[in-house]
Design a protein around this ligand. Structure first.
Ligand SMILES: Cc1cc2nc3c(=O)[nH]c(=O)nc-3n(C[C@H](O)[C@H](O)[C@H](O)COP(=O)(O)O)c2cc1C
Length: 193
């Protein structure tokens, strides 16, 4: 199985990057291969809201910048690892901008009924977040929940099945990530099928 991890943090050496690496190391032990895209590296412009991705015959954004890198990676992936830090109680702007630009690549809206699923239909996903708020307040104050909720929304309408989740709360008081969290991440990676 090929896993594509997308890191939505502006920090390529941050907490999420470390968690992603650990999950992927576990996945490698289970025989899978992987690649990581740090979304911050890509020149991806904002969605203009033109909706031309929804016109007949289209199945992707008409702005052809480095969103193409993400589209091709999604095509290659059997499993997507979507990782975003919590920024202002939700997914990061970097992750949101990328997912907005994938709107027409992922779904086609219809005048009635549910949108038609496009290029990621049938794939699987693991969702990952990190936030400075400590447990249980990350849940009580809807920090982790909102970030997951929005990523879940994207997966649901795109036909992507969520097969795992990982939350790293309380990063404000962490130096290095405690071993128990890294072990949890590695176990998750090893369990992926
Ligand atoms: C702009 C910004 C907004 C943030 N907003 C929140 C927030 O609303 N809630 C929270 O718990 N942490 C928030 N954080 C903290 C990050 O979620 C936390 O530092 C996380 O570990 C970052 O992951 P990284 O090290 O991979 O970048 C924010 C950080 C930044 C930079």
């Amino acid at each position: 199985m090929h896993i594509v991890a997308m890191n939505g943090s502006p920090r390529k050496d941050g907490r999420l990057a470390r968690v992603i690496a650990e999950i992927l190391a576990g996945a490698e032990q289970a025989g899978h291969d992987s690649e990581t895209i740090h979304l911050v590296d890509l020149e991806v412009r904002d969605c203009t809201g033109c909706m031309r991705c929804q016109e007949d015959g289209a199945d992707r954004c008409v702005i052809r910048d480095e969103i193409a890198v993400v589209e091709e990676a999604v095509r290659r992936a059997d499993l997507l690892l979507l990782a975003s830090p919590v920024h202002w109680g939700n997914m990061s702007a970097i992750m949101l901008r990328t997912l907005e630009r994938l709107f027409g690549f992922l779904i086609q809206e219809r005048p009635r009924g549910m949108p038609r699923k496009r290029n990621a239909a049938g794939k699987r996903a693991v969702l990952v977040t990190a936030c400075s708020t400590a447990r249980p307040f990350n849940w009580l104050f809807n920090q982790s929940r909102s970030a997951f909720g929005r990523m879940r929304e994207v997966c649901r309408y795109s036909g992507v099945k969520i097969v795992g989740k990982f939350v790293l709360p309380g990063t404000i008081s962490m130096g290095d990530i405690p071993q128990k969290h890294l072990e949890r991440a590695r176990r998750l990676g090893r369990s992926l099928r």
